[in-house]
Design a protein around this ligand. Structure first.
Ligand SMILES: NC(=O)c1ccc[n+]([C@@H]2O[C@H](COP(=O)([O-])OP(=O)(O)OC[C@H]3O[C@@H](n4cnc5c(N)ncnc54)[C@H](OP(=O)(O)O)[C@@H]3O)[C@@H](O)[C@H]2O)c1
Length: 243
């Protein structure tokens, strides 16, 4: 069984993501949190680059000879009902000062070739981890979701960026719904992360086709748009995607 996955994001009108370029008022950020909380999800997940904003920098590599078995490591939650904060960190690059983010217990998702010293560091900190792939760069996201459900009881998951991470989930057909707080900014930065960064170059297929669920005006001139994912991997030649 896999959790229901909602991709909750705050993109500019041209689908870019770096809010630090936009001077968004506090009320806009609060609206992002409020709308996310309305889903009452069990956890939120981000890619390593986004999670760096919450971590205390990069992990320091040290040589530890003692081999630690590549078994998942589950730390019991201190508080029942606490949401989990999950980091896709295949190579173990994040350095955590604590085992939670604002009270949300951290789970690291790792590749099996992560260092023994990083596993020892996570155990010392009391941070849970799961393995989801032999090679660091190729995490099996379907397996990640299955493990999050079976090991941690996660039924509803907020997927919160960045673009590379959202793109990987969408590409693997694992996103059920989009929840977008469209922010009244035209970013225009070529090369900036976008809502779904799936692949380089021109592809014959769009990543997904969507069905509108609702649109609401939100704080600070934002629009809260909800879409269901109708179908993943749409061929542009057969479905004739048009504006
Ligand atoms: N506006 C918004 O709502 C919003 C929300 C979130 C983030 N953001 C912004 O988005 C930007 C970051 O986005 P990004 O696309 O550059 O990075 P990202 O998605 O945050 O992180 C990408 C990294 O996550 C790991 N990863 C992701 N998918 C993986 C997979 N399938 N298998 C293995 N590893 C995977 C890799 O880590 P390694 O490199 O360690 O292998 C990869 O380089 C930041 O500027 C952030 O502020 C905006």
């Amino acid at each position: 069984m896999k959790p229901y996955v909602i991709c909750h994001m705050m993109p500019s009108v041209d689908g870019r993501l770096r809010t630090d370029r936009w001077d968004v008022p506090e009320i806009g950020h609060d609206e992002y949190e409020r709308t996310a909380d309305s889903y009452r999800a069990d956890a939120w997940i981000c890619g390593r680059k986004t999670m760096e904003e919450f971590a205390g920098g990069r992990s320091v590599r040290s040589h530890r000879r003692e081999k630690i078995p590549r078994d998942d490591y589950v730390v019991a939650r201190k508080r029942r009902g606490a949401r989990y904060a999950i980091a896709l960190d295949p190579e173990g690059k994040l350095h955590w000062n604590d085992n939670e983010i604002d009270g949300d217990p951290i789970i690291e998702v790792l590749g099996e070739d992560v260092s023994n010293s990083f596993l020892a560091f996570l155990r010392e900190k009391g941070i849970s981890y799961v393995f989801a792939g032999r090679k660091g760069a190729e995490l099996n996201l379907s397996r990640v979701l299955e493990k999050l459900a079976s090991r941690f009881g996660i039924r509803k998951l907020m997927l919160e960026g960045g673009g590379e991470t959202n793109g990987a989930f969408l590409h693997q057909g694992l996103v059920d719904e989009l929840s977008l707080l469209l922010t009244p900014v035209a970013d225009g930065g070529i090369g900036e992360p976008t809502l779904f960064d799936v692949e380089h170059g021109r592809s014959r297929k769009a990543a997904a086709k969507l069905r509108l669920k609702s649109v609401r005006r939100a704080a600070s001139d934002m629009l809260w748009i909800k879409y269901a994912v109708r179908k993943h991997g749409i061929s542009t030649s057969s479905s004739k995607l048009r504006p």
